[in-house]
Design a binder for this molecule. Structure first.
Ligand SMILES: [Zn+2]
Ligand SMILES: [Zn+2]
Length: 128
């Protein structure tokens, strides 16, 4: 049986997948445009559940600003300082490459992931 909750969850997931590294607020705004009956709490709940299941990664860009990433593998991000867009960078084995060189300097600290970001100006903004 498909419950109303399951349906709403599917819709939120679809909207989320159509966006590129959105914040929860952005997902909510888009959901509101398409399905005005879905509330903010539902949107946030679905996003949290996806994170808990490991299907979605959270990236912290600044304090109090969390973005959701459908690519839940280790990958670096390029941030545009002008428009704020976030892009994935293809870079194989980011974590294993970094951790092998890191290990010597970590004094027993066990690394679990890397947060690698590149800051700059995207091609759209350069052409303006
Ligand atoms: Zn830009
Ligand atoms: Zn990403």
């Amino acid at each position: 049986m498909v419950t109303r909750n399951t349906q709403q969850q599917k819709l939120v997931e679809q909207v989320f997948l159509s966006l590129n590294h959105p914040s929860a607020q952005e997902v909510y705004k888009k959901v509101q445009e398409l399905y005005p009956t879905i509330g903010r709490a539902t949107v946030y709940r679905v996003l949290n559940r996806l994170c808990q299941k490991g299907q979605v990664m959270q990236i912290n860009r600044e304090e109090n600003c969390v973005y959701f990433d459908k690519n839940n593998f280790d990958h670096p991000h390029a941030y545009c300082i002008k428009c704020g867009k976030i892009r994935d960078i293809c870079f194989d084995n980011t974590f294993s490459k970094c951790s092998s060189s890191l290990n010597k300097n970590l004094n027993g600290f066990t690394p679990l992931g890397v947060d690698f970001k590149i800051v700059g100006i995207c091609s759209d903004c350069q052409n303006k």
